[in-house]
Design a protein around this ligand. Structure first.
Ligand code: MG
Ligand code: ZN
Length: 224
């Protein structure tokens, strides 16, 4: 019996991710990996972001989902090319799945690619997909303990979006506690507070992202 160590899996993934990154670079595609718990509002955020940046960039989406294509259908309704990856219960996307999805896209005609990861705050952090920017979406209904509970995820992230800010008066969430906890592990990280549903705060995030993509600020390089 051959036992495959977790380290081997991760090393193989990293090699595959470098291949993805080369292909994205060759075609000048900036890649954003969106990660969160289930129900944080990732798809709504993505819809609003696509709407706002539609005039600036040629965009596409890779949708990771456990079994369904509901999210992909919502995005497709926006007129943006979507490739769905069903992980069949798998709790994260890996670089090989993204490579297969990439093959379905015309990279030469893209500027910006969003990858909506599977809703999970644990393993997506360990699997490099070849992205330029790791975004974590956290919602106010999830409580204040997420940064402390999933430090690796938040340490490796490049930006945090606090979503469902419209619910702040009704939920037990303290934005200062979030900033304090992030300050301990990732002090420079930008935090955008918004409500993707009402649209408040979406503009600041989109303007920031637009600048990052135009300047080609590749967070992955800064990390190395
Ligand atoms: Mg979704
Ligand atoms: Zn997983």
């Amino acid at each position: 019996m051959k036992i495959i160590l977790k380290r081997d899996i991760l090393e193989a993934n990293t090699a595959e991710a470098e291949g993805n990154r080369r292909a994205f670079r060759e075609h000048g595609v900036f890649v954003v990996n969106l990660m969160s718990s289930p129900g944080s509002g990732k798809t709504t955020l993505l819809e609003k972001t696509l709407e706002r940046l539609g005039k600036s960039f040629r965009m596409a989406v890779i949708e990771g989902d456990l079994y369904t294509s509901h999210d992909a259908e919502r995005i497709e309704g926006r007129g943006v090319p979507v490739v769905q990856i069903n992980t069949e219960g798998g709790c994260h996307l890996d670089a090989r799945m993204v490579a297969a999805a990439m093959a379905e896209l015309d990279l030469a005609r893209l500027d910006l690619l969003f990858i909506e990861n599977v809703g999970n705050l644990v393993c997506p952090a360990a699997f490099d997909l070849g992205e330029d920017l790791k975004v974590i979406i956290l919602s106010t209904t999830e409580g204040n303990d997420k940064v402390v509970k999933y430090p690796i995820m938040f340490r490796d992230a490049d930006v945090v979006i606090l979503n469902k800010a419209d619910l702040l008066p009704h939920v037990d969430f303290d934005v200062d506690v979030l900033r304090r906890d992030l300050g301990e592990i990732n002090p420079e990280i930008p935090v955008f507070t918004m409500s993707a549903k009402t649209g408040s705060g979406v503009e600041a995030w989109c303007r920031w992202l637009e600048g990052v993509v135009r300047r080609g600020d590749r967070a992955v390089e800064n990390r190395k």
